[in-house]
Design a protein around this ligand. Sequence first.
Ligand code: SF4
Ligand code: SF4
Length: 683
Amino acid sequence: MPTSSVIFLLVLLFAISMFAYSAQRLVRYLRIGTGGDWRLNDLPRRLQNFLSIGIAQTKILRDPVAGPVHAFVFWGFLVLQLGAVEIIIQGLKPGFTFGDVLPAPLYGLFVLSQEGTAGAVLLAVGFLLYRRIVIKPRRLQGDNVHSGDAIFILSLIAGLMVTLILVAAGDRIVAPHHPMALQPVSTPVALALGWMGPGAAQAMRDMAWWAHALLIFAFLNYLPYSKHLHVIVSLPNTFLSNTSGPGTVGVMKAMDLEQETEVFGASDVTHLSWKSLLDGYACTECGRCTSVCPANLTGKALSPRKIVIDTRQRLWEVAPAIVGGADVFGQPMIGTASGDTAVLDRKLLDNYITEDELWACTSCRACVYECPVSIDQLSIINEMRRNLVLTESRFPEEVLPAFEAMERNGSPWAFQPAERAKWAEGMDIPTMAELFERGERPDILFWVGCMGSFDDRAKKTTVAFARILQAAGIRFGILGQEETCNGDPARRMGNEYLYQMLAKQAIETLDRYETTTVVTSCPHCFHQVGNEFPQLGGNYEVIHHSTYIERLLADGRVPLKSDDGQRLVMAYHDSCYLGRYNEVYDAPRETLRRALPVVQLVEAPRARDRGLCCGAGGGRMWMEERVGERINVERKKELLATGAEAIAVACPFCMTMLGDAGKKLESTVPVYDIAEVVADRLA
Ligand code: SF4
Ligand code: SF4
């Protein structure tokens, strides 16, 4: 073996050993999180996420400017891996090219792919550097993002591309092997350097080759210590993401309250799952999550990007002290500080993430949806809220009455169960108890929900939906006084004890009436009963009223008035728990369209999966909004700017929030539930 190859082999082995050392260190850090949940279920869906979000970069491409450039750098990175393999083989066997083993046309294609990609990536990196250094978009500022790190990595990539092109140009000056068409980038460079003699060109080529190889090794070994760790972790992260299928998206982690532990939820990284810690490795710090967060947009302390970066920083702070010991080489871990009590005494909660940040979250899932590498910021927030409530009894004081009312009255408001079915007086609607007594079984159980039962405005929606069901001849029953809150607000506010108490009670009631199909006009009830009750053994087909009405209209079962020439321009506001949690976007719109010709739909700029939250989710309905602009006002302004004459919703929470915002803005534009729009058209 020539001396140069021996030197190369030694450098290669050193680089691989260093990388292996760093990689095992990172894996050991992940293991300080909670285990289990290896996420190998639902493989087809996981593979689909991997291919669409990971490889095809569908989430990245949602940003029309930086998206395609980033995607191109990623795809270029994949293509150039083949070139890196050729370089490594060349180091061990000088003079080797893939041309030695590939048919000429295929090798030509390889040469062209490397040349074209290197040139295009160089341009893309130039654009990204310009954007970061000169334009400085707001999305890339704040939250202690590692801008210097990003500039360093982009410079490394640029160095890799330049040296690759110089190698090809040097080869071309010494002895052109390929037609010019296959080397569109290095040919002009070779022409520009044509004044070099073959000896000087060979020396330049060899230097560029070594620089390129060393940059590959430097890049590889820098990644584990950089935010660009995502280059390695983002693909597995998309495969392992929570978004593994309909009905499981946004479902909160099951919690065993019987376990022997002094800590419920998470106050530090050791209480978070290994997947939440892996999310920290995968974060690109792009800020897409924060740029769509309604809390952040309206001036609150919360930034989902900061939640993830803080989690990673805390992991890197405390993990060496916990892991300690020796690594696979029998050497002390880098940064080992076993017994470092100052570090161990700190926590993720309070030292990194404050209570105010956690309580500002509306659980809208906009951050999770937007993240290009499928990070679940919300699951960290939810676990930390659980810790605040269950372990530390720390929560906003205004939440206490809601907790007490749920415990005492089975509703987050201080209404008595006897008042639950007052809305139905005179409507001849049977309760499930009455139906069972008569030996009858309904087609569906109408789950009314607490707002639909007690809130004066929401009761109008309840009545409207019941009228539609009656007009369509649907046999349905309600639980009446036996209905209780399903516990969703308690769960979202971190009170899992209260949630499980209420949910088990509701499941018992539903099971007593042999319930199979539930229809509800509340997206929070829809999500909770349909997607989260199975954790506690409650399994029912749950349909949101938007889908149910749309089916009835499609089947021609709802008698509507004929066209009276009236026209109403309407904007539909997406509920987060219907849209991003359950992907129901079309049914409410289709319901409105089928009520045509009354309705003409217009869309707000942020609609469907980009819809801006009304501000009520995650228990925010029961909390004061003391900081910044009000989220509901922000949303209402956007909806009013469409010029709509009326706003349609499919959620009693959205109805209240947008109604309140209307009063603040002194707007006369009414807000209707889609059921009201249809009921108004009943023949
Ligand atoms: S769930 Fe919504 S409110 Fe909460 S952090 Fe994410 S984007 Fe912000
Ligand atoms: S969590 Fe996702 S969207 Fe947010 S900064 Fe990190 S990579 Fe970007």
